[in-house]
Design a protein around this ligand. Structure first.
Ligand code: NAD
Ligand code: UDP
Length: 336
């Protein structure tokens, strides 16, 4: 194991963030998860709250903060289309101002920053599959722009802090990732289909279901994230995802098979600007990081279905978690 580090994970109570916190705690680091619980939940990190090297702090990353850290994983942002379209102005600001505060903190504290960017920077891609050199086809005035352009602007801030201010940065473009702890009301396709199948409701396929996505199991993604952060020189951007590509209809059928559900598949209108195809080229990650996703869709879906079965059981009895003692606000950093 590498030397113990002081690590901040913004969005640490979210789906990916909580799995990342688990991994970093297992490696012996000190971890502070910072979250405003807008789309994540305390329940995702409830099992870590008593750990002496873990702290959970409620804070909105669009406000400045200060903390002595060596590493900052900046994951705070709504991620599912229904979540990020709920308050689009806020989505843009959280991404742009949030990464600015993470970069300022890194500059002041001499820390390294990982930025969770997204395959959405490629928009509805005309190049398939998508290498990092592809510059994308985002509709800058559409309903996804708040997220896509917010993340694109964040990428430019990351690289300018690196070039002009010498901040150590690591930039990953994350492709569709799934696993246990996705919010039940998340609205993304994997969680929607599993929840619908387990509840015996219709599976809602948007459009014809011929659009494609490539689904990465969360453990594989976390492996790639940590490898990139600890790489001595690679700044990115680096695509992280699983290059196996499926249509949305194939995914629905697989979920029905694996759950044994008798739900029906129904078709609903395709949302505006929904990308028709998506698959990462991960040659760069393979070469520089030795990144190689291991979990096939069927195996990952089985694990995710188990996670959702237990989450749905608990949701019925609605547990209320007490706020932890370590929930004090952080002192504010000088800004600018
Ligand atoms: P998530 O919604 O489960 O997690 C996001 C977390 O950020 C939540 O805990 C939420 O409460 C927190 N958050 C949101 N706004 C905040 C704010 N202003 N201040 C503090 N905390 C805030 O989503 P996720 O799938 O875990 O996504 C994590 C990151 O990875 C996001 O930045 C997302 O854009 C990126 N990403 C995820 C995927 C994916 O498929 N899961 C794909 C591409 C990029
Ligand atoms: N989708 C769907 N049914 C749902 C949710 C999503 O058919 O209940 C489709 C959506 O239109 C898109 C794909 O599944 O084509 C992936 O959607 P998701 O919201 O998971 O992520 P995206 O990759 O679009 O950001």
């Amino acid at each position: 194991m590498s030397a113990a580090l002081r690590i901040l994970v913004t969005g640490g109570a979210g789906f990916v963030g909580s799995h990342l916190c688990d991994r970093l705690i297992r490696e012996g680091h000190e971890v502070v998860a910072l979250d405003d619980f807008s789309t994540g939940s305390r329940a995702n990190v409830a099992h870590l709250l008593r750990h002496r090297r873990f702290r959970l702090v409620e804070h909105d990353v669009s406000q400045p903060y200060d903390l002595a850290v060596d590493r900052i994983y900046n994951l705070a942002s709504p991620a599912s289309p229904p979540h990020y379209q709920r308050d689009p102005v806020r989505t843009t600001l959280v991404n742009v101002v949030g990464v600015f505060h993470a970069l300022r903190l890194a500059e002041v504290r001499g820390a390294r920053v990982f930025q969770a960017s997204t395959s959405e920077v490629y928009g509805d891609p005309e190049v398939h599959p998508q290498p990092e050199s592809y510059r994308g086809a985002v509709n800058p005035v559409g309903i996804r722009a708040c997220y896509d352009e917010g993340k694109r602007c964040a990428e430019s801030l990351v690289m300018d802090f690196h070039r002009r201010r010498g901040v150590e940065v690591r930039l990953a473009r994350i492709f569709n990732t799934y696993g246990p702890r996705m919010a039940l009301d998340d609205g993304r396709v994997v969680s929607n289909f599993i929840v619908q199948a387990l509840r015996g409701e219709d599976l809602t396929v948007y459009g014809s279901g011929a659009q494609t996505r490539s689904f990465c199991y969360v453990d594989d993604l976390v492996e790639g994230i940590v490898r990139l952060m600890e790489h001595p020189t690679e700044t990115g951007p680096v695509n992280l995802g699983n290059p196996e590509e499926f249509t949305v209809l194939e995914l629905a059928e697989e979920v029905l098979r694996l759950t044994g559900s008798r739900s029906r598949i129904v078709f609903r209108p395709l949302p505006q600007d929904d990308p028709r195809q998506r698959r990462p080229v991960i040659d760069h990650a393979r070469r520089t990081l030795g990144f190689a996703p291991k979990v096939p869709l069927r195996v990952g879906l089985r694990r995710t279905i188990e996670g959702f079965r237990s989450a749905l059981g608990q949701a019925r009895s609605a547990p209320v978690l007490a706020p932890p003692e370590s929930d004090a606000p952080l002192p504010q950093a000088a800004n600018g």
